[in-house]
Design a protein around this ligand. Structure first.
Ligand code: C2O
Ligand code: CU
Length: 500
């Protein structure tokens, strides 16, 4: 069915153009599913794991026989997976060997402001050192780029304190005006935080705990990524790329960087950490060849209170779902296909699982997964309305304002909980940094079937009013909230808030 979120909201991709590949589309379910490399710490101390990443240009063979230039963390797409163990601090030293400035953001992370990847907190490439303007200061906030300190910013440390909950986080580029172009070229990877409570559960582990990064792309005849703008963004070249102002979708579905891959599985339970890393596309995932559907165990910010049966999962850009699929109910040789009910033609399929081996399975899905408390909205909580809408020039705005680093739309006390109502004129995945979110209501009604648990990205339908309870972290400083349709974000649909 085309129904989702419990009622007929229309097709969330309906107003967005799809780029058509000029390269021949590869055969489906041939490429083996790649598993991103697990990054190894270069050093460990009593409480900290140190990692190093070089951001560099590289080529990848995504379409068989063709070469695609990518920008990758350690030259790979997806980037290597970072694991954060319970109670441990992680420090990642990034070096930028790309020809453009970058910004590293840990999506869903609880992070001090100077490691959060504010959109103008650049990690500069060597070539532009000394010529790049310092970022504008904001009254009352410490400066982030002291020009004298620029040299240290060619190579810099991002520090991630122990995360409050086990969760499937991801890191990606966040440069002002250019996030869409940079992520499309490959700057995205998983960052998986664990906690002791989660580790004690009998859930599938090891090679049966698998991250799946879903992203659509289009390819030019020579295999290079097709994107409407090379480096200039659509915001800085008004008019030029208007057809793609609503967002960019491709006709090739990649999982972990491979087109429509296939994964051989044991006849056992698997845990999949599904991330939609697409710039703009929303998927409605379903399993063809299985009557069981998904057992959802987690969302953006970790495990749900209890497992939830889902026939389909609607996943907007940047959302995550942790699911269990039990291949133990199948026999060797069965094929189960992950499909996209919001897609058509080439975008209707995502990947395939083939049951290859019978096995013993000692995993299980406990009836209680985690302790989560529902936030009860109260009259003493500050309420704000955030209007996500289009301006007269076709630009994307929040409360009539295009992103301006010198303007804060909200100053919130550290550790506080506020009620925000997001009002929207289009389909927008709302995302906020350094905070955790519960959906209180949609258009005054109960939250939808995909709103359970602690979120950081919430899909807002066209014309909908979604009330959110937002709990801010205790880290003070300036952060952003924005639409995670990356073309909307690049065209201004982002704003600063300050934790004070
Ligand atoms: Cu996934 Cu502000 O980012
Ligand atoms: Cu949007």
């Amino acid at each position: 069915s085309g129904q989702w979120n419990g009622s007929d909201q229309g097709d969330p991709n309906g107003d967005i153009n799809t780029l058509t590949s000029k390269a021949p589309l590869p055969a489906r379910f041939r490429a083996p599913l790649p598993i991103p490399e697990q990054l190894k710490p270069v050093r460990r101390t009593a409480d900290t794991d140190y990692y190093e990443i070089v951001q560099s240009a590289a080529t990848a063979e995504i379409i068989p026989g063709l070469r695609t230039e990518i920008m990758g963390y350690n030259g790979t797409f997806p980037g290597p997976t970072i694991t954060q163990d319970p109670g441990r601090r992680v420090v990642v030293t990034h070096r930028n060997d790309l020809p453009v400035p970058t910004v590293v953001h840990l999506h869903g992370g609880t992070t001090a402001y100077d490691s959060d990847g504010y959109p103008t907190d650049f990690l500069l490439p060597a070539e532009t050192y000394g010529t790049f303007p310092a970022m504008p200061a904001m009254p009352g906030m410490p400066a982030m780029s002291d020009p004298d300190a620029l040299v240290s910013r060619l190579r810099r440390d991002y520090t991630y304190p122990p995360q409050p909950r086990a969760a499937t986080l991801w890191y990606h580029d966040h440069r002002m005006d250019f996030t869409g172009a940079s992520v499309y070229r490959g700057l995205a990877g998983f960052h998986i935080a664990h906690d002791a409570q989660e580790q004690a559960l009998p859930l599938p582990k090891g090679s049966r705990d698998v991250p799946l990064m879903i992203a659509d792309r289009a390819f030019a005849a020579d295999g290079s990524f097709l994107y409407p703008a090379l480096d200039a963004t659509m915001r800085t070249t008004p008019g030029v790329d208007k057809p793609y102002a609503n967002g960019v979708m491709g006709d090739v579905i990649l999982v972990n960087g491979a087109p429509w891959p296939v994964m051989k599985v044991d006849a056992a339970r698997y845990r999949f950490r599904i991330l939609n890393a697409s710039n703009a596309r929303t998927y409605q995932l379903a399993l063809d060849g299985s009557s069981e559907g998904f057992t959802q165990i987690g969302t953006d910010h970790g495990l749900l209170a209890a497992p939830l049966r889902q026939d389909t999962l609607v996943i907007a850009a940047a959302e995550r779902y942790d699911v269990i699929i039990d291949f133990g109910r199948h026999k060797v040789g069965d094929e189960i296909t992950l499909v996209n009910r919001l897609g058509s033609g080439s975008t209707a399929a995502v990947m395939r699982f083939v049951v290859a081996r019978a096995t013993k399975d000692t995993s299980s899905v406990p009836a209680t997964l985690s302790g989560t408390t529902a936030i009860t909205p109260s009259g003493s909580m500050t309420q704000r309305i955030m209007k996500f809408h289009r301006g007269g020039q076709g630009e994307w705005l929040i409360n009539d304002q295009a992103f301006d680093p010198s303007v804060s739309l909200a100053d919130v006390p550290a550790g506080s909980t506020e009620l925000w109502t997001v009002v929207s004129d289009f389909h927008h995945p709302f995302h906020i940094h350094n905070a955790t979110v519960q959906v209180v209501s949609r258009d005054g009604r109960a939250p939808g079937p995909y709103d359970h648990g602690w979120k950081d990205t919430v899909f807002v339908n066209k014309g909908e009013k979604v009330q959110l309870a937002i709990r801010f972290s205790t880290h003070k400083g300036r952060y952003v909230f924005h639409c995670h349709n990356l073309e909307h974000e690049d065209m201004g649909m982002m704003a600063t808030f300050r934790i004070t």
